[in-house]
Design a protein around this ligand. Structure first.
Ligand SMILES: C[S@@+](CC[C@H](N)C(=O)[O-])C[C@H]1O[C@@H](n2cnc3c(N)ncnc32)[C@H](O)[C@@H]1O
Length: 285
């Protein structure tokens, strides 16, 4: 039986690759602000744009599992609900799981405005799965590059889904676009792995059913630097913080950002599968 060995080797590569994203101690120790901070405003803006204009492969994959027969939706790492709230028209209820209370507050406010039944679970997945019943569709957008121990995380998604799991992530680590800035401001080379393909391999080794991977581009006016903010001042402030630079360096960062022009399309990957197998294969439960 080579599969379990393959899976554990692939999972270890994922863990090691993410560990390499730690900021070198001499830089992070000198920082006055948290470089890993996740601004709630960015994610509430994302959720609002997603609700106003529901579109894209991830939305379609989830919606097609609900349109004919509405059902419950579980949003893991929900933020303000960008993955689940666009599905509200066909959702009998939406459960949001997130490790950060302000994100869940932003989600609850928007779910109430959408008039959909909702529940919030504060906690870290997969531990929080103990407080969640299976839902028809599980969505998890832009979370996995944060998850070092990936197999139990994926196994718990599978175990809590009845019809489909839809996972969205960028093809590369979401902060890899900043690698040239790390070189410019600190002279350090940042990692280039893991990538979405590594996750697809892990799911393949878990033997999930109907595994499907779509690479596509999402129009997003805030995609220009991955910060999810629209003004250059806001982007420069956040990017300086992420680079462990002081407020005084924000004008330098603004100048560097204007040299980077990724346009208004964000590369994204949608991975979906039919639940059941990962749990049966002993990776969860
Ligand atoms: C980059 S945001 C994405 C939010 C939302 N899914 C979206 O697409 O806009 C990642 C979110 O996942 C949450 N998160 C990260 N790891 C988590 C975990 N293991 N369990 C629960 N929440 C997690 C963070 O607190 C954050 O709100």
């Amino acid at each position: 039986m080579s599969r379990p060995a393959d899976l554990s080797a692939l999972a270890q590569c994922w863990t090691d690759a993410l560990a390499a994203w730690a900021i070198p101690p001499h830089i992070v120790d000198a920082a006055t602000r948290d470089p890993w901070m996740l601004p709630v405003l960015c994610f509430s803006g994302r959720a609002d744009r997603a609700v106003n204009d529901p579109a894209g492969v991830s939305f379609e994959r989830a919606a097609e599992a609900l349109r004919e027969n509405p059902g419950s939706v579980l949003d893991v790492g929900a933020g303000a609900g960008a993955a689940s709230l666009p599905l509200a028209a066909w959702a009998t209820t939406i459960t949001a799981v997130d490790g950060k209370a302000p994100m869940l507050e932003a989600f609850a406010e928007r779910a109430a405005a959408a008039g959909v039944d909702h529940r919030e679970v504060l906690g870290s997945w997969p531990a929080a799965a103990a407080d969640v019943v299976p839902h028809d569709v599980v969505v998890v957008h832009h979370v996995v590059y944060n998850v070092a121990d990936i197999v139990p995380f994926l196994g718990a998604l599978d175990a809590k889904a009845k019809r489909r799991v839809v996972l969205e992530l960028p093809p590369h680590h979401p902060l890899s676009w900043m690698n040239p800035l790390w070189k410019q401001f600190h002279g350090v080379d940042r990692p280039v792995v893991p990538i979405a393909g590594d996750l697809v391999e892990i799911l393949g080794a878990m033997d999930v059913a109907d595994l499907r991977t779509d690479y596509w581009q999402q129009f997003d006016p805030a995609a220009a630097d991955g910060s999810d903010s629209e003004s250059l001042d806001e982007r420069s402030a956040l990017v300086a913080q992420r680079l462990c630079l002081s407020e005084a360096r924000e004008p330098d960062v603004a100048a560097a950002l204007t040299d980077i022009d990724p346009g208004y399309h964000r590369d994204v990957v949608t991975i979906s599968w039919t639940p059941g197998s990962a749990s049966r294969n002993g990776t969860h439960r």
